[in-house]
Ligand binder design. Structure first.
Ligand SMILES: Cc1cc2nc3c(=O)[nH]c(=O)nc-3n(C[C@H](O)[C@H](O)[C@H](O)COP(=O)(O)O)c2cc1C
Ligand code: SF4
Ligand code: SF4
Length: 273
């Protein structure tokens, strides 16, 4: 069984989970072709699904949905009636709409979404003082990723294209989700910047920016293009790229969502079949 395994991962959580699922699928006998969609160059090409028996799609959750760049890439695929499975990594807040929104796109493109899963991952905003899910995905999350690989392999091998239904419907319309997407700019009031500091000019921040937003020379992100993924902040070898302090915003989010350190710690990665 040949599987197209496509994932986006700005800061590495989704890549870790993808690696675990893909290795298990290979151990079960699948021929897995990995495609990392994170750079704009990688997203120039799309798999020809007539060459595969199934597909797996993974991404982080950005404001309750897959990142816009991923959604746009998925919208250009032709599913050819193939079964597929999705998975998402997230920092502990409001995951449900993502499953529905991505499933809607994939079904419209001719895929049968037979399973989905969510995995906890250190929240990207921890890079600015947010404090959610540090150390995740951990061994427990990765064990669930391996179990997920076994379930989807079983379903792909059996030709079982029953659609994954065991999810509550999304409480939000697409219009509301579009609005929520803008909230990140209320949290990230300073997009990644060098603040005029000198650096070695390795150009990594510019070359690896998923949206082409970073100008290494200026040391500033273009607000019209930046998706706030913080890949540049995490990967800068000189550690000179900074954002605003997010500690207060984190406290406000915890109060707004009625979460505590204890309720967050109890959250678990989950599979939906
Ligand atoms: C712009 C942005 C928005 C995010 N929105 C959410 C969210 O709505 N809910 C959540 O739990 N985590 C959210 N996160 C956290 C990421 O989903 C989480 O850290 C993810 O594991 C990152 O994956 P990656 O390391 O593969 O990029 C957000 C992160 C970013 C950068
Ligand atoms: S990644 Fe860091 S060191 Fe490299 S060009 Fe960008 S800011 Fe400078
Ligand atoms: S400039 Fe924006 S989109 Fe580009 S890597 Fe940095 S945070 Fe991500």
């Amino acid at each position: 069984m040949k599987i197209a395994f496509c994932y986006f991962s700005a800061t590495g959580n989704t890549r870790r989970v993808a690696g675990e699922i893909a290795s298990r699928l290979s151990a079960l006998g699948a021929e897995v072709e990995l495609k990392d969609l994170t750079t704009s160059q990688a997203r120039q090409t799309k798999p020809d699904m007539t060459q595969y028996q199934a597909a797996v799609f993974g991404s982080p959750i950005h404001s309750m949905r897959a990142p816009r760049l991923v959604r746009e890439w998925l919208e250009g695929l032709q599913g050819e009636g193939r079964p597929c499975a999705t998975f998402f990594t997230y920092g502990g807040f409001q995951v449900a709409p993502t499953h529905f929104d991505t499933r809607r796109i994939l079904q419209e493109r001719g895929f049968k979404v037979v399973a989905t899963a969510e995995f906890l991952g250190a929240h990207t905003f921890n890079l600015g003082g947010w404090q959610a899910m540090a150390g995740r995905p951990d061994d427990g999350d990765l064990a669930i990723a391996r179990a997920y690989a076994e379930k989807i392999y079983e379903r792909f091998a059996a030709g079982d294209t029953a659609i994954a239904e065991s999810l509550d419907p999304s409480a939000y319309t697409n219009e509301q989700l579009d609005q929520f997407e803008g909230f990140r700019f209320k949290v990230l009031t300073t997009l990644p910047t060098r603040q005029g500091q000198e650096c070695q000019m390795c150009l990594l921040c510019e070359d690896d920016c998923p949206s082409g937003a970073m100008d290494a020379e200026k040391g500033e992100a273009d607000p019209a293009k930046c998706i706030c993924c913080l890949r540049c902040v995490q990967n800068c070898p000189d550690e000179v790229l900074v954002i605003n302090d997010l500690r207060e915003a984190f406290k406000n989010k915890m109060n707004m969502d009625k979460e505590t350190a204890e309720t967050l710690a109890k959250k678990k990665s989950r599979i939906y079949l």
